[in-house]
Write a protein that binds this ligand. Structure first.
Ligand SMILES: Cc1ncc(COP(=O)(O)O)c(C=O)c1O
Ligand SMILES: [Zn+2]
Length: 408
């Protein structure tokens, strides 16, 4: 096992990685894992080695692969679309489809590592607050490891995500409030009952799981660093994890640079984008976007997200909810990837960033698809009323076809 410690993202305080160490005792800032590596580990190999996150064990804060859940978490496909790249006028366009992970979202990476850490420190009870996906990921992987976490989600969470939680056997509290109040309640429960808390931002081990997506992208691109990675942002922990992965790969000598990271947000949940455009300070907003996974008033890892954008020389970009839904339809109908609205936000921002010149024609771009569309179908099924209904006979079908119901 590698030695590691925690370091405060805000004040730089170094903290021993004791079982109960989470946020900074000095300033309350979030912390990140730092490694004392005796020598840089060799580049992992996609064709050899164990599946899932085990492949990256040298760079995970875990004693052993045995504590990881017995479900493979990745690798997920990196899908090149030269035709769309040409159409949009970029040198290369690839979709990293993390909707194919065990619980159908990127959050499996984070929950796997946070859960393994909980198992290693022999935590008895585990809890998390979530907009839905982090909880579904924890419930799924905990079920595989024979455990039942306590879950706090807003009562308005999409039915698909709640259905996952119920079926995985989690102990669920539907919080009569938004995601922010679910977070606060779960932290109060942690203080009161001593539960291990997996919350985004609060728990530094989630970022460690998330960074593995960056490693995978590099492996799948044969160590050629993309120019730009577009990442949907709510709390800001995914983008900070992606940045940590690319930065570690560079500092280990595996690569020579990091990509520019573009933080993708809805105009109706744009706290991180405002901070990037302003002086870097996070001010809460009143989030109302239909993209529930990125609907966040007070980003729980906002400072780390701003740092990821700035240090990578990246930017932040917002789009309307209508543009998110249009991007969801285009992505699904052109590529076969059905992304939930939050995940589609990254593609919507890609389209905008190409138009406004933020992404240049000579650039190679990866769009991160963070969650499967089946998790939240309400946004899509609103339009089902327009579908043609046909009597089950061929003449009715002929009659409807003659009206060109699909517009061809
Ligand atoms: C599908 C999806 N995309 C993007 C995000 C945003 O991640 P973060 O909150 O770490 O910024 C989430 C978080 O829940 C998510 O579930
Ligand atoms: Zn601090």
């Amino acid at each position: 096992m590698n030695d590691f410690f925690l370091k405060c993202i805000l004040c730089g305080e170094e903290i021993a990685a004791k079982p109960d160490a989470t946020v900074c005792g000095r300033c309350g800032g979030n912390t990140e894992v730092k490694f004392d590596l005796p020598a840089p580990p060799p580049r992992p190999d996609l064709r050899q080695g164990p599946p899932g996150l085990e492949r990256f064990l040298d760079l995970l804060p875990l004693r052993s692969a045995a504590s990881l859940p017995p479900l493979p978490v990745g690798p997920t496909p990196l899908i090149p679309r030269p035709d769309l790249a040409r159409e949009y006028g970029v040198s290369r366009l690839e979709f990293k489809d993390d909707g194919r992970l065990p619980s159908a979202s990127f959050k499996d990476r984070a929950s796997a590592v946070a859960l393994a850490r909980a198992i290693e420190i022999e935590a008895e009870e585990i809890c998390t607050a979530s907009t839905g996906n982090a909880a579904a990921a924890l419930a799924c992987l905990a079920a595989a490891s024979g455990r039942r976490p306590y879950i706090f989600v807003p009562r308005s969470a999409p039915e698909g995500k709640i259905a996952q939680l119920v079926t995985f056997g989690a102990r669920i509290f539907l919080v009569d409030g938004n995601y922010d109040s679910a977070c606060d309640l779960s932290l109060a429960a942690t203080r009161k009952f001593g539960w291990y808390n997996r919350n985004t931002g609060f728990n530094p081990y989630t970022r460690e799981g998330k960074k593995t997506a960056a490693f995978e992208i590099l492996l799948q691109r044969n160590w050629r660093v993309p120019d730009v990675v577009v990442v949907p942002v709510g709390d800001g922990n995914i983008i900070s994890g992606i940045h940590k992965g690319f930065s570690e790969a560079k500092s280990l000598g595996w690569t020579d640079r990091v990509p520019r990271l573009i933080a993708a947000q809805s105009e109706k949940s744009d706290a991180v984008s405002r901070a990037v455009r302003g002086d870097g300070t996070i001010h809460p907003v009143h989030a109302t976007t239909i993209a529930d996974s990125i609907s966040v008033d007070r980003p729980r890892d906002g400072e780390a997200a701003v740092r990821a954008v700035r240090e990578s020389n990246g930017s932040a970009c917002t789009v309307s909810d209508e543009a998110i839904l249009a991007a969801q339809r285009e992505l699904a109908s052109r590529t076969g990837i059905f992304a939930e609205p939050a995940a589609s936000c990254a593609f919507a921002v890609f389209r905008r960033a190409v138009r406004d010149g933020t992404i240049r024609p000579d650039e190679e771009v990866v769009v991160l698809v963070t969650g499967n569309g089946l998790k939240d179908i309400a946004a899509v099924t609103r339009n089902l009323g327009r579908l043609p209904v046909v009597e089950p006979d061929i003449s009715s079908l002929e009659k409807i076809l003659s009206t060109k119901p699909f517009g061809e």
